[in-house]
Design a protein around this ligand. Structure first.
Ligand code: BYC
Length: 482
């Protein structure tokens, strides 16, 4: 069961061959997915051999296999974590009942919406990142980008499988719509705010992979607790893939910080832009932007949607089963940050409606751990500087702070002050122009752009100078793969 069957047109570990109707429906969706991938996937590299990992089993040990693959030939498929024998619903009104193997009728619309929202982010991120290959800082980074991209494609497959297998005609229509929306398109945008932002350069990509993919980790972890067992099993396996994406972000920023520190020491100045680096102040502004748009992805602090998802047993808390309370939260309260009379304060709110905030808290603590590691790099260079997460109210478009102006240090400020400080707090056009000016491709094996340090080690025990993407292409192949 754990092993994936690669003799099938759609690799899977869900015995797809035994369900002819479902198999046919997914085989009809597959070419449309590939059309989408060719149109909206990584631009200019479809015919190149990339050193990619592919899932061959869902066992925690040894699930991945590395090989040279052209991205359109990647074996996207359907992989669910192994079922847990006797699994029961761990929270909400149905606590203790056997986990659902089929969609409960009364929760059909809600579940579908959750799955569609999750599914929509996956192709959105591929669309956001499709131009980055042209400006890669190295072959190593190029390969990591493509690994992230193909796995986001697979995560789309994961959600589309659930839609096709469990939601009948509505599900099939939603699966089509997932291929129709486009990141940033004013007529048919992606569903959530951050997935309509641009990812124009590699600093933005690393920030996105650190902050926005980490929202993915927490949302997937909450959905992995779901009483709807197929969703839980799907998300559990997705989480194993997600870990690499966050590594790419954390290590990417760490290497940028390292290079900046080296330049600061060499030239004895914090202004390293003129030496081809990225100032720490500029990195801070990018961090402020990506952290704040990612905080919005958790929804409003007070949300009846979140309460309903929980009470229904559809979406739990982070590590729900490890918690020792009643898993009902009818009486409990939770501290929520809000603003009153121009001041920021913390108020105790019913824990059920505060579930988005609680997940956001888990997320913020995890982000802080990454920032601490970046600061350790700065410290190791003997420099007196620090990166900081801005206050959670800073630059928010969703929830308690959406209509307020909050400074990164957590003061409610006037619109005039906010505007006056904007250039100190968020990336400016000059920052973006500088970062864009650094984005010249470096594609010689083992070489790296001047604004980023090489990684400590390569992928899958390969050396850093390994040819992770083969840029030579045999005659005729570019045309075939677009
Ligand atoms: N942008 O009660 P509220 C990932 C809407 S990332 C636009 O505050 P709720 C990945 C909301 O839909 C993880 N709209 O929030 C990362 C609702 O609309 P309706 C993605 C927003 O419902 C990198 C209204 O505002 N997974 O995997 O409790 C690369 C009021 O909503 C936003 C999920 O998100 C926003 N930011 O929670 C690749 C998990 N926020 O219903 C992949 C599934 C809220 O009034 N989604 N709204 O029309 C959910 O659990 C929930 O939908 C949310 C929102 C947590 C997003």
């Amino acid at each position: 069961m754990a092993r994936v069957d690669y003799t099938e047109r759609i690799p899977n570990n869900v015995s797809l061959a035994e369900n002819r109707r479902l198999l046919r429906a997914l085989e009809e969706w597959q070419p449309r997915y590939l059309d989408w991938w060719r149109e909206m996937g990584p631009e200019g590299f479809q015919a190149r051999d990339v050193y990619l990992r592919t899932a061959i089993s869902v066992d925690p040990q040894g699930w991945a296999h590395f090989d040279w693959v052209k991205m359109p030939d990647y074996r996207w498929g359907i992989f669910l974590a192994e079922p847990e024998r006797g699994r029961t619903i761990a929270f909400g009104d149905n606590t203790g009942a056997p986990a659902w193997q089929d969609v409960p009728g009364e929760h059909r619309g809600t579940l579908r919406r959750l799955i569609v929202t999750q599914g929509d982010t996956e192709p959105a991120s591929v669309e956001q990142q499709r131009h980055l290959g042209r400006t890669t800082p190295s072959l190593y980074d190029l390969r990591n980008l493509f690994q992230v991209n193909v796995e986001e494609g697979r995560h789309l497959w994961a959600m589309v499988y659930l839609l096709h297998a469990h939601f009948g005609r509505d599900g099939r229509e939603e699966a089509e719509a997932l291929l129709q929306r486009r990141s940033g398109d004013s007529d048919k945008p992606r569903i959530l705010g951050a997935f309509n932002e641009r990812t124009p350069d590699w600093l933005s990509f690393f920030m996105f992979s650190f902050f926005t993919d980490r929202d993915g980790k927490y949302q997937l972890a909450a959905l992995a607790e779901s009483g709807f067992d197929p969703l839980s099993r799907t998300c559990r396996f997705m989480l194993t893939e997600e870990a690499h994406h966050m590594f790419v972000g954390e290590a990417g920023i760490s290497r940028v910080v390292q290079k900046t520190c080296e330049l600061m020491r060499e030239h004895k100045t914090a202004e390293v832009s003129r030496y081809g680096g990225i100032d720490l102040a500029m990195i801070q502004r990018y961090l402020n932007f990506h952290f704040s748009v990612s905080l919005d992805l958790f929804g409003s602090e007070i949300s009846t949607n979140a309460a309903n998802f929980y009470t229904a047993g559809l979406k739990g808390r982070f590590e729900e089963t490890k918690k020792t309370d009643d898993h009902l939260l009818r009486e409990a309260t939770y501290p929520v940050t809000c603003a009153e009379g121009g001041r920021i304060k913390v108020a105790e709110e019913p824990a059920l409606t505060a579930l988005n905030e609680r997940l956001r808290d888990d997320y913020v603590a995890d982000c802080q751990r990454g920032v601490d590691r970046w600061n350790a790099v700065i410290k190791r260079h003997g420099l007196d500087a620090e990166l900081r997460l801005p206050h959670r109210g800073f630059h928010r478009a969703i929830g308690n702070f959406a209509d307020l102006h909050v400074s990164p240090d957590g003061r409610v400020v006037s619109a005039a002050e906010w505007e006056a400080q904007r250039a100190a707090w968020l990336p400016t056009p000059a920052d973006q122009a500088h970062v864009a000016s650094l984005m010249t491709p470096v594609v010689e094996p083992g070489k790296f752009a001047g604004w980023i340090a090489p990684p400590a080690r390569g992928i899958n025990s390969q050396p850093v100078e390994f040819e992770y993407v083969k840029l030579s292409v045999r005659a005729g192949e570019e045309g075939r793969h677009g």
